[in-house]
Design a protein around this ligand. Structure first.
Ligand code: PMP
Length: 381
């Protein structure tokens, strides 16, 4: 029997059947009144999971497209930005910024650690010319969650734009852009938002819009002034991913039913249970400040990570993610973001116990799942 595979990868993530049904509806035309109503409605309702009153743009793209749109619309060549680089996705901000001729001041952070807001504040003050700070809510390559609230606090009152990549963190880790002073939030459909890849999102504060008007960077498809102007007429400048917008409407209903605080709390609880499970199996967690969207674990010495993830996939039908770049072979990443419940966590921890045993590690079968269950039931052993 061919096993169905369940995605425990930090994007794309598992899609609820209700969403699959919604996106398989017959298409409507993107210049019709029905489309206008749908598009306007989802843009308005998106403000709730984004926790912002700012306007939200919907782009047809993966997350990186919205990152690029942010850079090309907010800054001009030669302007200086500070990038918090704690992994692959921090470095992506650097790459895009340099491609558009910005001067990047790197704020490097050890993998698995976060930036100290006071130290960032000092770096910015010392430089004196920083126009924007680019960071990542959940650095998916290390499973670390950045202190966005703390960074917002030290930046408050300055003219520096605060831009956060929440591609994997939105509707997973707590984020309150308006309360925390975040100007721009970037996200995408295929992670906490439980949709297939193909939509990207950008929220912009009024002062971010002022920068959009002034930027001299080249832009055409990502000229956000076009998106804003068409948006006022409930339209998109180019053909949108209509099917995904059907799905988005259902996603918004799911999130509204649970409440965004409920969504964050569920992720927190499942993440805590997963971490307990890993520790009970004698595995070491990688990040110092873990995101609630994924658990990143060091691969014990002597164990072949390729074999472990291969066994999990072929024997148990669970797909986890490897480490990337310099973390290849050193960690594995087990995501619990989006459409995830208690049973999903127990299934993957159980599979991990059996796979580790199969590969010759002396783990006590049942210890990991037991510890996770204890946490879920509120029992202290
Ligand atoms: N930022 C973060 C934090 C991510 O996790 C990802 C996707 N893994 C991206 C950016 C890039 O998004 P995409 O692959 O959708 O372009």
């Amino acid at each position: 029997m061919k096993k169905e595979q369940r995605l425990y990868t930090p994007g794309p993530t598992q899609i609820p059947p209700r969403i699959l049904r919604a996106i398989s509806r017959p298409l409507i035309h993107h210049r019709s009144d029905e489309f206008k109503d749908l598009f306007h409605e989802v843009r308005e309702r998106l403000k709730y999971p984004f926790q912002t009153q700012n306007e939200i743009l919907i782009l047809t793209s993966s997350g990186t497209g919205a990152m690029e749109a942010a850079i090309s619309n907010l800054f001009s060549p030669g302007e200086r930005v500070l990038v918090i680089e704690g992994g692959k996705f921090g470095r992506r901000w650097t790459g895009i910024s340099q491609a558009f001729g910005l001067e990047v001041v790197k704020f490097p952070v050890n993998l698995g650690e976060v930036a100290d807001p006071e130290a960032v504040d000092r770096a910015v003050a010392q430089d004196g010319k920083i126009r924007g700070i680019l960071t990542t809510l959940c650095e998916t390559s290390t499973g670390t969650v950045e202190d966005i609230q703390g960074l917002g606090r030290v930046l408050r009152g300055s003219a520096i734009l605060f831009i956060v990549d929440a591609v994997s963190g939105l509707a997973v880790d707590e984020l309150r852009p308006d309360d925390w002073g975040v100007d721009v939030v970037v996200s995408a459909s295929q992670k906490g938002l439980m949709l297939p890849p193909g939509l990207a999102f950008l929220s912009l504060s009024p002062r971010a819009w002022e920068r959009v008007e002034k930027s001299s960077s080249p832009r055409y498809y990502w000229d956000l002034r076009e998106y804003r102007e068409f948006g006022e007429r409930k339209l998109t400048p180019y053909t949108p991913a209509i099917s995904l917008l059907f799905g988005l409407k259902e996603v918004l209903a799911l999130i509204e039913e649970e409440g965004i605080e409920g969504v964050w709390a569920r992720h927190r609880r499942l993440a805590q249970a997963t971490r307990k499970g890993m520790e009970a199996l004698g595995l070491e967690l990688f990040p110092q400040r873990p995101s609630n969207g994924l658990t990143v674990v060091r691969i014990p010495s002597g164990l072949d990570g390729e074999k472990l993830l291969g066994t999990l996939r072929t024997d148990f039908g669970v797909l986890l993610a490897h480490g990337q770049e310099e973390l290849k072979g050193r960690i594995f990443r087990l995501a619990h973001m989006g459409w995830v419940a208690e049973g999903d966590i127990l299934r993957v921890i159980g599979a991990l116990e059996l796979a580790l045993r199969k590969l010759g590690l002396q783990v006590a079968v049942g210890e990991g799942t037991g510890a996770a269950m204890d946490l879920l039931m509120g029992v202290n052993r």
